[in-house]
Ligand binder design. Structure first.
Ligand SMILES: [Zn+2]
Length: 111
């Protein structure tokens, strides 16, 4: 990697999750020449180096973050299979039919 060599204790700008601001951070640990952890110089909170990213409202960076990749690989939410209950056909309100057993004879006329 070209560019200024970073060393432990160097001050770099990064997003502090506690302050929720882009603030000065001191490099706390490095892995393979890359900054791994930083310490906020405002609240002294140690957290992984975020490369200045962290606020979700920031404009998308040219390089997709891991979070974006995970989201992109997720299947889209399945649309609801069942139609809305509103479609259910409502039976027309027919008057209750009188069922007579003895056809031809009036139902209750005992004489
Ligand atoms: Zn902080």
């Amino acid at each position: 990697m070209s560019g200024p060599v970073k060393r432990l204790g160097d001050l770099i700008d990064d997003y502090c999750p506690r302050c929720r601001l882009l603030l000065n951070h001191a490099i706390a640990s490095m892995v393979g020449g890359e900054v791994a952890k930083v310490i906020c110089q405002t609240c002294f909170n140690e957290h992984p180096f975020r490369r200045g990213e962290g606020a979700k409202k920031k404009p998308p960076s040219p390089r997709a973050t891991l979070f974006d990749q995970v989201i992109a690989n997720m299947p889209a939410p399945a649309p609801p299979d069942s139609p809305p209950a509103q479609v259910r056909k409502r039976t027309t309100a027919a008057p209750a039919r009188y069922i007579s057993r003895h056809k031809g004879k009036p139902p209750h006329r005992r004489h």
